[in-house]
Design a protein around this ligand. Structure first.
Ligand code: SF4
Ligand code: SF4
Length: 111
């Protein structure tokens, strides 16, 4: 168990660090982009809401106003965008990268 940034509360989440997969942001194909105009915490300049911080499985979002995303380790899963009640986070394609085709797309019955 580690301690969360800034609030010293215990959490089961680990700290982002270089693992066997390297900096996991390297292979991200989608990037979360936060709009401070829509973010509740940013608008109030207070540590409120924080759903993105709470649900990020990689613990790469700070518990700050505005929240900041560490793109060196963000994998682009999109959970933060899904849980944000203000639609303040949009997933956008990384430049020069395209999502791998899915197994379903590869397994064609044609021919
Ligand atoms: S896209 Fe996933 S890994 Fe990246 S900040 Fe959002 S929840 Fe965390
Ligand atoms: S979940 Fe959305 S509104 Fe809430 S702090 Fe995160 S970005 Fe801001």
């Amino acid at each position: 168990m580690g301690q969360t940034r800034d609030c010293n509360e215990m959490t089961a989440m680990s700290w982002p660090c270089v693992g066997e997969a390297g900096r996991t942001g390297d292979w991200r194909t989608m990037r979360p982009v936060l709009d401070p105009e829509k973010c509740v915490a940013s608008r109030k300049n207070k540590i409120v809401c924080m759903q993105c911080w709470m649900f990020c499985p990689d613990n790469v979002i700070t518990r700050t106003a505005p929240p900041e995303i560490n793109l060196e380790y963000c994998k682009g899963c999109g959970i933060c965008a899904e849980v944000c009640p203000s639609d303040a986070i949009k997933m956008t394609p990384e430049q020069g990268k395209q999502a791998e085709p899915t197994v379903m797309e590869e397994a064609s019955c044609d021919g």
